[in-house]
Structures are given as C-alpha cells and as structure tokens.
Design a binder for this molecule. Sequence first.
Ligand code: GCB
Length: 604
Amino acid sequence: MLGYSELYPCSNAYRSKVSLDGLWRFSFDADGVGKEKEWGRNGLASSCSMPVPSAFADLFTKEEERDYTGDFWYETEFYCPDDLQDRACFLRFGSITHRAAVYCNGQLVGEHEGGFLPVVCDITDVVKRGEANRLVVWANNELSEAALPCGSVKILASGRKLVKPYFDFFNYAGIQRSVYLLQIPKHAIVDYSVTYEIEEGRAKVNYEAAHTGDGDIWVSLYDQDGNLAASGEGAKGTLCVEGAHLWNVRNAYLYTIKLELKENGRVVDEYKDRIGIRTVKVEGEKILVNGKPVYLKGYGKHEDFEIMGRAFQWAVAKRDFECMKWNGANCFRTSHYPYAEEWYRMADEEGFLVIDEVAAVGMMRSFANFADAGKGKHTYFFETPTVPELKKNHMRQVEEMIQRDKNHPSVIAFSLFNEPETTSDGAAAYFKDIFAWARELDPQRRPLTGAMEKNSAPDKCRCYPLLDFICLNRYYGWYIAGGPEIEEAMELFAQEMKAWEEKKLHVPFVFTEFGADTLASEHKLPGVMWTQEYQDKYMEKTFEIMDRFPFVQGELAWNFADFQAQEGIMRVNGNKKGIFTRNRQPKNAAYVLKNRWEKMERNQ
Ligand code: GCB
C-alpha cells in the first residue's frame, strides 16, 4: 500500500495522530468461520483480551495457542473526535504479521500482504465522527512459497495446522507494532525524498515532495540549534547549505526539514522530519560514507525479546543501542525483515549504519536451511519454477521498504535477500529483476546487496555480480568442522577466501553472519562447542582469517542476542549464537569484540 499517509505519523497544527495501542479483543479462528460468519461486519463471536502491540505466542500457556497457525482476529473500539471534520482519516498499523484485512464499522477498508511493513487504510468515508467506531482486523500467520518469508504449513494428525518455516526464527505473529488513528488535511503532503551532493564546505540537498490538491510546496531546513540553514519553494528543488554539518558514523548531526503546503498563500499542511546530510558510495574495495572509508562493525539482529516476541518496545531498543555502543559497534543488519520504523529513527540519532533487509528469507526448500546451508548441502528452490506471486510479493515488499525507509541517513544499503539458492539459471533471472527494480526505486541510489550462504561459492554463485558489496554468511568452525577440528575449518575458510580473491572482483566484502551457539551457563577449559570459551576462540580464529583479506570491509557477528527459534535438535530453547543473552547481558565474547572493535585502525 503506497502513497497517502505512508509518512511516519506526526501531530502538529494540521495533523493529528492518536494511539490506539492498548488492550484489544482477540480470537483464534482455527476453522476459518470468521470470514463465513462475517466477523468483520458483525464483530467477534467470543474473545479474550490481547495487548497491542504484541506477538500472541509467548503470552499463552498452552502449546496449541503458542504454536497456533491460521486465521486470528482482533477487535476494538475507537472514538473519533468531531472537531476535524475537514480532515481525511486513516488507520495506520506499523505492521500486521503476515497478512491482514481491516474492517471499520463493518466495511472492508484495507488488505495487506507481508508482515513487516505498514498497513494504511483510508477510513474517511466510513468513520463516524463524534462517535465510537468499531475496528476489526483479520490476520493470518501461515507461510507458503508464494509469499515472504517462505515456508509451508503441515496438517498434524489432530487436524491442527503447524507452520514450518524455511528459516531459523520463531514465526511470531500479531499486531506487533503501534496502531494510530491519523487525521490529515484533504490537501496534504503525501511523500518526500532527499538526495545529497557534498562539496567543499557546502552541501546541496535536493528534495522532491508529492502532495494532493493544487497548492505550492515551501521547504525550510533548520540546524540542530533551530536556525534556518536554507529554504526553497516548489515541489522539487535544491537547498544549498553553507558550512553544512555532515551526518557521520557514530557522530550524527540531524537537520529538521519542514515541508509546508500553501494554498492561496495560506499554509494548509505541514510535515517535519529529521534528516542527515551524508553520501554513501561503494568505490573499489571500499564503502565510503561522506567520501571516507568505513569498516562495518556490529551485528545481525532480530526483533526478539521475552514475552512480547517481535513487538516493538522503546526500552529494549534503547538497551540494544547502549550495548552496541559499549562494545564499539557502528552497524547492524535488520536480519531478516524490515524492523519497526523506530529502530531507524534511533539509528539516525546514534549515527549507526543500517543494512535494511527485506523479508526474502527461506528461498530454499529445507526446514533446517541454517544448518544445511552452513554445511554446503544443496537445497533447491529456483531450479524449478516458483509460484508467480512470490516475485510479485518480493517486488512489492522491496518497493514498500524503500518507500518507507528511503530518507533515513542511517540506511546505507538495502539487502534484497538472505541465503536463497543462487546457483541456478532460475535464481539468476529472478534476482536480476529484483535488483533492477530496487535500483529504479531508491532516489539515493544506495548500494544494494544480499546475504549469501556457503553454496553461493565463488565458482558456483550466479548472483554475486548483482551485488554492490558482497555479503557472506559463513560458519567455518561451527556447522563446518567445529570443536577439535577448528584449525581445519579455518584452512577451508582461508581457501574459500583465496578463491574469492582470485576472482579480482574489486568490490567490498562484508561478513553478515558468523557465530557459534553458546549457552551462557556453560564454561570449560579448554573450550568445547557450546561453551563461552569456545565462542571466544571461534571469534578470534575467524577474525584472523578475515584480517588477511583487505577487501573485507565489515564484520557483523551472528547474532547480537540469543533469540527464539523453532524447536528442534539444533536449538536449545532458541538460537544461542547471541553475543548478548536474550535479556541483553554480555557473554564473554562481547568483551572479545569490544577489545577488537575499540582498537581497530579502521575505526570511525
Ligand atoms: C544462517 C541464517 C540465520 C540463522 C543462522 C544460524 O545462515 O541466515 O537466520 O539463524 O544461520 O544460526 O544458523
């Protein structure tokens, strides 16, 4: 759903946002009767309470409820004040996982596929002002090979559905991000984008704004002290900022851009946002921010925490940034889906670099991709035709992600996949179109990339030429030759890296995953797999190899913190590759990384 009111919600003299977060009503619908009985129109037949935002899984005490797969419904009432009669009215959900239909006062007002990007519904014609309104949401958390992320659904002997992800994180679902009622002028600013050119001592901020109605756009740029730095007129133009302060890595400077829509000289709408002047470019083997090379240090993350699953919580995000700053990180990847918008806003403030990833994960037919891929076991996907909807969904989600995140200075690259099969003709053709599409969409023409597993080897991978910098997920010393064989694993790692070097690609390489499962409780001298001592050793050995290859321009450890995954013999109540525990306390390896990252010459 693109366009009107995709902009991050705000309140000002022209716009109002009211949070609808709180305790809603909720019902599972295992037999799918809700649609038949028109719950969207009539309301839920029976319900329990459910906090919004949250994932439902870890709130319940019964297995069938935690692992519930299928349709589920939400219902609430909201009051719409009657003092803004002339405004258009929207409902905006930060996300609904994985698909949804929204009903306001019994009428279908929006449908959305994809669980990690906003759902925006125009309710101007159905909302009752000065009265209570009924809001009902149908949602579904099944996985298939037609939508992102990929997976399937198994029907158990009991008739119960069980989701089978082709990926290694728990399939948390629900209304996991905040919901707002927005009232926006009928003639409004609906979108804007900025690009930058930096010259000696000054910067050009090229902007383009879209609006409804026939008004004129006025733009003002204010520095951090609130002084006007530049201004312009017209829906498209350039602001020249003398003595511009640049947004830098771990040293952010944010300007406020104010867009005004004027009709007959009168302001009818205003939208303010915080932007950072910076450029991002790949040149040879370097990633350049403001023309200076930067070495990426940090993590692949998840939106994941006790009880609330994948629901956004400011306090958890704040703690994560504090932990990352403490051990000298400057970057994270939003593995394996676009995160809540608030993450990017915090990254903008903190000067963190973000590799923003679309939810294209699980494009391999295996229930243990993470292990099979790591071991180099071949898993198929694009060799046989994929469901046509998959590509359509992939393209639309790339579009929605870029549309949502294009103005964040923190976003330095878009990642268009995680660990798909990349060795067949089918994969090459599929991803050629995906990358071409993303290149068209990003006004800032940021580098594009994707994270590749072990089968995407130098002699077999058909997709690496599409990537502006190459991201590798590698587990030598864990899935491959772990424990007493770690030296052999390192030899194999070095061999693979030499093979990449011999290709003379002259592009940067970034490790987007490497790690070892580690139980915080386990210690042993000398270390064995799963102990903290082994995680330290694994990290040190891995770094020794990475440091031999100057084209390696980044290391994002897997994972920032322990996280919930599907049950199985490979996981101990979740994936334990965290450098921090699930409740964000450091394992010893956090100090190993801190020592290294704080000392690095290529520090920024
Ligand atoms: C991977 C996947 C990631 C898994 C990780 C692991 O390659 O990209 O989603 O969690 O390996 O720990 O196995």
